[in-house]
Design a protein around this ligand. Sequence first.
Ligand SMILES: *C/C=C(C)/C=C/C=C(C)/C=C/C1=C(C)CCCC1(C)C
Length: 248
Amino acid sequence: MSTLLSEVLTLKVDDPVAFTFFIGYMAMFAATVFFLFERGSVDGKWKTSLLVSGMITGIAAVHYYYMRDFYLATGTNPTVLRYIDWTLTVPLMCVEFYLLLKPAGAPKSFLWKLIGASVLMLVMGYIGEAFTDGTMGHSVLYGFLSTIGYVYILYSAWFGEAKQLAAKSNSESVQKGINALAWFVLVGWAIYPIGYMAMPGGWLGADGAGILKPSDLDLIYNIGDAINKIGFGLVVYGIATTESVKAA
Ligand SMILES: *C/C=C(C)/C=C/C=C(C)/C=C/C1=C(C)CCCC1(C)C
């Protein structure tokens, strides 16, 4: 067997990046099956939310399948696949916010503002990672521009439109759910800029504080994805089941 093929086919347990790509794939796959099956047991108006949860983990599962192979074959970050995944899944997470808050009167513009902010965050992050070879000045500039989009979503969830709409909702579980999602955006999403700073030239990498090495970028992103994509879906599932029991 060629070296390349045997590397792709072996599960490298001693390589945390390869291993978390594999485990990430399995976890996303299992979560997708769970959300899609459970969709059948919640009340009608929650079915779309669970479908979106399953789409988020399903899209990630497919990307993880390819990202793991890409990483094993090249030993480099699958930056393009990573950002295609995020560009599809993060706006879907914005859709989750919107679907939860729609009964409380969320307008379409609320959804588009969140999606706009997430696209800004991701496009700038992609430029920072893909086009600058980690040259410090550029990745800092694009990291900063990306953070503007992130801060907008954070602000909306904690103090802005999302928070105000949640306050108008007469459902306690929707309020609790939005609060939980706000914590995910604050703590779970903050994992990603840490990974970004592991890039060559990054503040935490070899040319900066020296705490992280370049391959930590993928390790950190993989951990972040598992927490955020599956966690977000479980919060939504929790609200859907609580509300469905009430409705029954
Ligand atoms: C499922 C994928 C998710 C929830 C991805 C979230 C990604 C971020 C919150 C990325 C944020 C970044 C910054 C705030 C600055 C540096 C560049 C990024 C794109 C890593």
